[in-house]
Design a protein around this ligand. Structure first.
Ligand SMILES: Nc1ncnc2c1ncn2[C@@H]1O[C@H](COP(=O)(O)OP(=O)(O)OP(=O)(O)O)[C@@H](O)[C@H]1O
Length: 641
């Protein structure tokens, strides 16, 4: 990052006060207001991340590498060299490392490859033109100066004020790239892979531009690789009106555009999302009939002649068709032909197919809906006991599914999913649901955060039994955190005095006793630190898992890596409730559910949940950063009026 920019960011940070809101919150709201304009997300999240990494890595090449790349005699040579270099350094290792997850997704990989070609050609042309200008002006072309043009992943922060607001709003975000051209002009660039949501992308970029505080001279560009390059450039003098409209929306989202009311976290936070978040669309807005026709034709092509049973059910994420196979068609033909169905129905992932008494085929909705926190009802809370129900998601019937930790079938939860599948969001929403339905006398949280980002906002919360645990910090001993829970468990057993459960104990004493819930994001990080640590942690998790429920101590553990090393036999047995977000392979899905299926989920909170019986599919509830902070920092229920 250049010095000027870094100075500005530091000074902005120190002067910040007011309600904090992130650019991605604003983007999400704009997308939710018109999801028909695109998928809202890259065509495939891991591929999008790989693409970003490749561009950042090219731009961060060493001087020697840049000199080699730009030694050719034509712009095509430069592009070829950039592409080969990017392949060797980023793309090749990514494709090899994710071979299993990318199996059957040849179209998406091809798109990525075309996008990489387009992106390297674009960069080569940009630099070539610069070289030609340098030569024309009699100046030396120095490839290493190009790297200074771009700053990747630039963190930005800006305090906004408005006369009609009750307090300032602090806007935060990370811009993909800031291009500083010779002559002082700067351009904010967002790279998008695939058709996302053009309006939301433009607004996001406009906000980054405003956060750079560059005045009217500089332009913004949203450069998409769809996979062919598409560029939307807006000059500085056209940006003002858009910024004004965005400021109005930000005021609403942050809840500062009207007199503030006392926080009521038991229900919904003060975010004015109801004004911008549409309810899920009715079934008539998806062309279910034409999708059914396409599905029937694809099934016939796959020699899976079928009769459709009942009406298709339209959920927020996918549409479920139930079919009966014609005589002579074996049920296992359906999953084997999932990839053909994916191609014919033009879906991102193969449909999830479950076979049983009849066969269900879940086809991704072309206009996927997210389930906003404001659209759901939280589980009821008992004045004495509080509520032990954890939000899982919303099912096909539109109903909220919860897991009752007081129940032995789901007293502890294991959560797994690849990076970007929505694990951390799910955990944070689960914690928000618990906070919103309990007082600190009814609930104590132990939050373990190896990635340091999942529970940061919880710090200082009265619901915490101990400060948020960041494994790796010098003064943090994860084993003693678990030992403290075991000690508390043994103490509680000594006090239960014949009561079979925490509920019975509370009823007998007439006083609340807090349920203790230990939530850990990415527990593989602490498990795999060393063989000894792995054994030590496994022993403690097993003890808490086997005895914790009766005295109200529960574990919710998440991991990106559901393997034999992290989900050992003892952990499998003692953590009965399973939340599976998108996984990299059928093998990982089997680790959690003893069956495949989670590898075909659609990221962003699309999940399977299982306690007893077969897994069922839900869409996790979306809680914006602002809403989450409002709930995490709201006064506890006991102080509410
Ligand atoms: N329920 C949801 N509804 C809508 N979007 C969601 C939902 N859950 C997650 N997302 C989107 O998916 C993105 C990735 O989510 P999240 O950070 O929770 O993934 P993750 O699995 O924890 O990844 P990592 O392990 O890399 O942190 C989020 O930035 C958010 O935009």
């Amino acid at each position: 990052m250049n010095q000027k920019l870094s100075n500005r960011l530091n000074s902005q940070e120190s002067s910040s006060r007011g309600v904090e809101i992130s650019v991605s919150d604003v983007r999400q709201q704009i997308y939710l207001a018109d999801p028909s304009s695109g998928t809202g997300s890259p065509s495939c999240c891991e591929l999008g991340t790989a693409f970003h990494r490749l561009i950042a890595s090219l731009l961060n090449s060493s001087n020697a590498e840049l000199s080699t790349i730009f030694s050719g005699a034509s712009v095509d040579d430069w592009a070829a060299e950039l592409r080969d270099f990017g392949y060797r350094r980023e793309l090749g290792p990514f494709l090899i490392g994710n071979a299993a997850a990318l199996h059957g997704r040849g179209d998406a990989v091809m798109n990525l490859w075309v996008a990489v070609n387009e992106a390297t050609l674009w960069l080569a042309q940009l630099f070539w033109d610069h070289r030609q200008r340098q030569l024309r002006d009699g100046k030396r072309f120095n490839p290493s100066e190009l790297a200074n043009w771009f700053q990747s992943e630039v963190p930005l922060r800006l305090e906004l004020t408005d006369p009609s607001w009750t307090q300032p709003v602090v806007l935060t975000g990370v811009a993909d790239s800031v291009l500083s051209l010779p002559g002082g002009r700067r351009c904010v660039i967002e790279y998008k892979l695939g058709k996302t949501a053009p309006e939301a992308d433009l607004c996001q970029t406009t906000l980054y531009h405003q956060m750079l505080n560059d005045g009217g001279n500089n332009s913004i560009a949203v450069i998409g690789f769809l996979p062919e390059r598409s560029e939307r450039l807006i000059e500085g003098n056209q940006i003002g009106e858009l910024q004004q409209r965005l400021q109005t929306l930000i005021g609403k989202l942050a809840g500062v555009d009207r007199p503030r009311v006392a926080p009521q976290p038991q229900r919904k936070p003060t975010v004015a999302a109801e004004q911008v978040t549409p309810k899920p669309k009715s079934t008539t807005e998806v062309d279910v009939q034409s999708l059914a026709k396409q599905l029937k034709a694809a099934l016939n092509e796959a020699d899976c002649e079928s009769t459709f049973v009942g009406e298709p059910i339209v959920g927020p994420t996918f549409i479920r068709f139930t079919v009966n196979p014609a005589r002579g068609v074996r049920p296992d033909r359906y999953p084997r032909n999932a990839e053909l169905l994916q191609i014919r129905l033009r879906c991102q992932r193969p449909p999830v197919i479950q076979t049983g008494a009849s066969i269900t085929i879940d086809v991704q909705r072309p206009d996927r809906q997210f389930v906003a926190w404001d659209d759901i009802d939280l589980p009821a809370s008992d004045p004495l006991h509080g509520c032990a129900k954890v939000l899982i998601g919303v099912g096909l019937d539109g109903k909220v599914r919860t897991a009752d930790l007081a129940d032995s079938t789901c007293s502890h939860l294991l959560v797994a999913g690849v990076s970007g599948s929505g694990k951390s969001e799910w955990l944070r929403t689960a914690v928000a649901g618990l906070i919103a339905t309990n007082t600190p006398e009814q609930l104590q949280l132990v939050a373990i955060d190896p990635k340091r980002v999942a529970f940061h906002d919880l710090q200082g919360s009265p619901y915490l039994r101990c400060p948020v645990v960041f494994p790796g910090d010098a003064d943090t001993d994860i084993i003693s955190v678990l030992d403290d829970l075991i000690e508390e468990m043994e103490d509680r057993y000594a006090s239960l005095d014949g009561c079979a459960s925490l509920a019975e104990w509370i009823d007998r004493s007439g006083k609340p006793v807090p349920r203790i819930i230990c939530v850990c994001d990415e527990y593989a990080d602490i498990m795999l630190a060393s063989t000894k640590q792995r054994r030590d942690i496994e022993t403690r998790i097993t003890r808490l898992g086997s005895k914790g429920r009766a005295c109200g101590i529960h574990l919710i553990l998440a991991t990106q890596q559901p393997s034999r090393k992290t989900i050992t036999g003892a952990i499998q047995t003692n953590l009965p409730g399973r939340v599976g977000l998108t996984m990299t392979s059928a093998t990982e899905s089997r680790m959690l559910f003893e069956q495949s299926g989670a590898e075909d989920l659609l990221m962003k909170g699309d999940l399977l949940y299982k306690d007893i019986g077969a897994p069922h599919r839900y869409q996790a509830v979306y809680l914006s950063d602002t809403q989450r902070r409002a709930i995490y920092s709201a006064s506890p229920a006991s102080e509410r009026v």
